[in-house]
Design a protein around this ligand. Sequence first.
Ligand SMILES: [Zn+2]
Length: 360
Amino acid sequence: MPLVIADKGHRQKAVLSYINDAYSSKNERKAAKNFMKSIWKKYPVEWKEIDNVIHIRFKTSAYNYHSYGVDLTSDELNKLAEISTKINVYMNNLDRKGDQRCLSDQHYDITYDSLLKVLNGETMYANMAALSSREPDNWPADDFKPLIPSWIPEPIRSKIINYFECYPHAYDHGYFHFFYNIDDIKFILGIAPTHVKEECAKAHTAHDNHDLVTMFKRLGYASHFMEDVGIPLHTGALLNQAMYSVDFNISTFSLNVNSNEWVHHAYEDYINDNWDNGYKFHDIEKNNVYSPGKERDSEQMAVELADYSSQYSSMVFFTIYYNKDNKDYYMNDTVLKTITENVVRETSTKEMRMLRHETL
Ligand SMILES: [Zn+2]
């Protein structure tokens, strides 16, 4: 229900524009918009913060912030539910029509669930941010070449450049650690946390301009990059992924040169296959409770998440790499399962902290 409550200005405009898109019949569209306008006039929307949780409701005579619209007539409640459902169905269809990318469902779910937990039931904005969280994979890639240090020895340097040329998004959407286990040397390639910082800054500007639609879109973009660095293959084992393996096929006497990129996709498929089914990693995320109090700078939290997930990069890579023809093995591997549960939980935690920090 909170979807269509909406207070003045941009929120109400956003609801009206969704009605415009969601209703194909001109008369129904007009009726729905008129109904919403009359409801907003009759019961102005009220906000109240209780125990750090923002409640929104129609301002009716009974002052109970935990129930929405207690004084609305049942006709009005039904009509609101109908409009709310119509908009939700429209948004979901819109979403499914788009080019399905790896892990785009996970971006949607983590962003949506996290915002709901942090903002307590603001489905309209959660949906908007969640839809936006899928977009950055379609953005043009930044020019990475000047950013690959010249001191990296050949042929490693050209392998890395070659990898980023083949997968230009890896640089924007990653934060790859090198030499993780060698003393204190930590060298990083990738700018995902920078994107987190930039998108959060744009969200702030939008907020200052009272443009909540843009604000939540930007938070959706920031969420994408935060979630990406929770994936171990976005934060390490870059050289392994950039290399080629050569194998000799004994039956055909041929030498096959294979890119190792398949490992990346195999792991994404593994997460996808076990998201709502199998190990149900989605449940780990959904059940991860938000505990306030440790919010910090969002870029810094993205760096911390990348540090966390990168400890698992090699393990994830080799568990899959050595079992190319034995998918059952890594599908049933308990270590891979535990690692994935850990990174999903930590991603959810950092994501909620970021959203809380940026919407306070
Ligand atoms: Zn991405």
